[in-house]
Write a protein that binds this ligand. Structure first.
Ligand SMILES: C[S@@+](CC[C@H](N)C(=O)[O-])C[C@H]1O[C@@H](n2cnc3c(N)ncnc32)[C@H](O)[C@@H]1O
Length: 331
């Protein structure tokens, strides 16, 4: 289903025709596994988008502020890497959300007279509509193509839409929402779609004081808990299910050895939930694994670039040294 976002240039691309059926299938498959799991990409319905914007503003959630620091104060460094080639390009953003940080780079590139178009990709048609309105008002001259759908499918679409060189951005905690094995596979899949010389800018949250990390996903106001529980509300609404959300609670863990920060929903009672024509049984205290937010060391980042067909060009760090936006070039 295409949710009605139109690009400024009038182009619109729909990658979501069978999304509802896929959602049902993935939810039922995930809940039949042991331990049960739900994919974090489904957090983002219109309510989830709103909650995520509140998370980004929460005092404990340092990630957005750190990356904002880079995009506001090191904009020229980022632009220099992109513009050093001199040729026109497409700036493709995977999981763009509301582009809180990228807008600073977009504005800087426009001010520099760079010849480029912006191609935000997001699975949430709702957030793409919000972004489209925002950018049309803020930067009327920006050429945009909104790509609604999954990262890789839409990156393939972006490659087929124009032959210009690509600068692909994957910001925030997005790569962290994959296990290290999946993240490596994902970078290889991105590389397969790119041409030599194309750039890949990835935001990595660095390993740091465990308490700081854990608090970021356990904010005192309980917004992250609501965000996690909203996944059950979404399943109720869209898949004709009857989760009693009061009977589940948010739980967060961080393992400083592996760098894996994980979110779970815990069933507070033995219960049966109906999803369409299927029944799912929960034991008391049984968990659903909903999200990983993986943390990296600088050495991990170097290794990952080299192992996936890229060469590390430049690391941009925030003033606290908590977060890195790493520029890689496809070799
Ligand atoms: C954590 S938010 C980050 C947004 C933005 N990149 C930032 O740093 O502020 C993740 C965004 O990625 C989108 N997303 C998650 N999984 C996706 C997938 N598999 N394909 C496309 N978009 C996805 C979500 O809809 C959401 O807008």
């Amino acid at each position: 289903m295409y949710l009605g976002t139109k690009s400024a240039s009038g182009q619109a691309v729909n990658g979501q025709d069978d999304s509802s059926q896929k959602f049902r299938m993935e939810v039922l498959n995930g809940l039949s596994r042991s331990p049960k799991r739900l994919d974090s990409k489904y957090f983002y319905d219109s309510e989830g988008d709103k909650l995520f914007q509140q998370i980004m503003a929460a005092p404990e959630y340092y990630l957005t502020r750190c990356e904002l620091d880079i995009f506001q104060n090191k904009t020229a460094d980022l632009a220099d890497v992109i513009l050093s080639d001199g040729s026109s390009f497409d700036l493709v953003e995977l999981g763009a959300g509301d582009a809180t940080k990228s807008v600073y780079l977009l504005q800087h590139l426009l001010d520099k007279g760079a010849d480029f178009s912006y191609m935000p990709i997001d699975i949430s048609g709702n957030i793409l509509s919000v972004l489209n309105e925002k950018l049309k008002a803020q930067m009327p001259k920006l050429g945009m193509v909104m790509l609604e759908g999954e990262y890789l499918q839409m990156l393939g679409k972006a490659m087929s839409l124009s032959k210009r060189r690509k600068v692909v951005m994957f910001l925030g905690g997005n790569i962290g929402n994959m296990s290290p094995v999946d993240a490596k596979r994902f970078c290889l899949q991105v590389r397969e779609r790119l041409e030599p010389g194309d750039l890949f800018l990835i935001g990595f949250d660095l390993k740091k004081r465990p308490e700081t990390i854990l608090n970021a996903y356990n904010d005192k106001a309980g917004i992250t808990a609501e965000f996690n529980l909203n996944l059950l509300r979404r399943i109720n609404k869209e898949l004709d299910a009857n989760f009693d959300v009061q009977q589940f609670e948010h739980y967060e863990s961080y393992d400083p050895e592996t760098g894996a920060c994980k979110s779970y929903l815990v069933s507070l009672a033995a219960q049966q939930v109906t999803i369409g024509s299927s029944n799912v049984q929960f034991d008391k205290d049984e968990i659903i694994f909903t999200e990983i937010s993986q943390k990296y060391s600088k050495a991990d980042i170097n290794t990952m670039a080299a192992a996936t067909g890229f060469e590390l060009v430049q690391n941009c760090t925030d003033s606290k040294g908590w977060f890195i936006d790493s520029f890689w070039k496809a070799v």
